[in-house]
Design a protein around this ligand. Structure first.
Ligand code: NAP
Ligand code: GLV
Ligand code: GLV
Length: 318
């Protein structure tokens, strides 16, 4: 039996590549760095299946160049990089990788929160550069985390996983989500309005998808409502935050700092963010563990195979 044609845009972890090449013919070799538009167009032209990442924009003009494509499996839970309407108009099924990356992403959220509050990268850099002259009572003082209030916007899979970890830090959780949610087993979690989360959080973490509604959800008005001692943590999507407004708020001392894993114009970063102390910047590492990145690939494979075999895709989003 001849193998179906798959275009996988990027070199995924080895066990995933092995599984993909056993089952499919790859239309062209996957790239390590983000491929340019022409490369993606050449890859999908004759493909029946596409596995792409959040770094590739799969838009309507691009999809209009395909004639055999039946499924797009996004190697991510967020799928704002894909034009769902254009896919649906062509009867192309779109899938994502929910659940299996939730705990890894929640761990990274806490790593970033703690690193930001306790100035971990600055301390590391001081030691690495041989600039540490010994223990000092006033060196690199940061903010306490234990017992402070955690604010969460977007109480979905990752938001809840982040909230569960707050118990160990004895942090009350205030959250705001799209549709009301009740968590009877978590008496320290309280649903409040957006403005109340903003005004009361010592650490505000974002876990919404990027949609028309959440673009610049955190802008000048929202930053103004936050405490000057508060920190913003964004492990969701860059455009959820108005980056220029964030820079201004921190520069003017209206916000204590930020921990960012994602950016408005990835991989470009607002130069103001790089110039600020109290801003910790990571290169979009939310799901980046060996085990999770392999599982994500296997989930993409399962979804693609399901569509090829005429079965329902387990993680269909459109
Ligand atoms: P999820 O389970 O769908 O959770 C998203 C939550 O946001 C839902 O509870 C949703 O409410 C809520 N929401 C949507 N629009 C909102 C709005 N306007 N205001 C307030 N809440 C809103 O998704 P997830 O698996 O937790 O993932 C969340 C996002 O994290 C992904 O979409 C992705 O962009 C990002 N992510 C980033 C990384 C990284 O590497 N940095 C890794 C994984 C995920 P409803 O349930 O009522 O719709
Ligand atoms: C990563 O950002 C994802 O959405 O999976
Ligand atoms: C610090 O190292 C202490 O012992 O307080």
């Amino acid at each position: 039996m001849s193998k179906s044609h798959l275009y996988v845009t990027r070199h995924l972890p080895d066990p995933v590549m092995t599984a993909l090449t056993e089952r499919f013919h790859l239309t062209q070799p996957p790239e390590t760095a983000p491929p340019n538009r022409d490369t993606v167009l050449a890859g999908i032209r004759d493909a029946e299946a596409l596995i792409c990442t959040l770094a590739e924009q799969i838009d309507a003009p691009m999809l209009s160049k395909t004639s055999h494509l039946r499924v797009i499996a996004n190697y991510a839970v967020g799928y704002n990089n894909i034009d769902l309407d254009a896919a649906q108009a062509r009867n192309i099924i779109v899938t994502n990788t929910p659940d299996i990356l939730t705990e890894s992403t929640a761990d990274l959220t806490w790593a970033l929160l703690l690193a930001t509050a306790r100035r971990v990268p600055e301390g590391h850099s001081l030691v690495q550069h041989g600039a540490w002259t010994g223990w000092e009572p006033r060196q690199l003082l940061g903010a306490d985390v234990f017992g402070r209030t955690l604010g969460i916007i977007g109480m979905g899979r990752i938001g809840q996983a982040v909230a569960r970890r707050a118990a160990g830090f004895k942090m009350p959780v205030l959250y705001h989500s799209h549709t009301p949610k009740d968590f009877p087993n978590h008496s320290s979690w309280k649903s409040v309005g957006l403005d109340d989360v903003l005004a009361q959080a010592d650490f505000l973490t974002l876990h919404v998808p990027l949609t028309a509604d959440t673009r610049h959800l955190i802008g000048p008005r929202e930053l103004q409502l936050m405490r000057p001692t508060a920190y913003l943590i964004n492990v969701a999507r860059g455009p959820v935050v108005d980056e220029a407004a964030l820079v201004e708020a921190i520069q003017e001392g209206r916000l204590a700092g930020a921990g960012l894993d994602v950016y408005e114009h990835e991989p470009a970063i607002h130069p103001g963010l790089l110039a600020l102390n109290h801003v910790v910047t990571l290169p979009h590492l939310g799901s980046a563990t060996h085990a999770t990145r392999i599982r994500m690939g296997m989930v993409c494979l399962e979804n693609v195979v399901a569509v090829m075999e005429g079965r329902p895709a387990p993680n269909r989003v459109a």
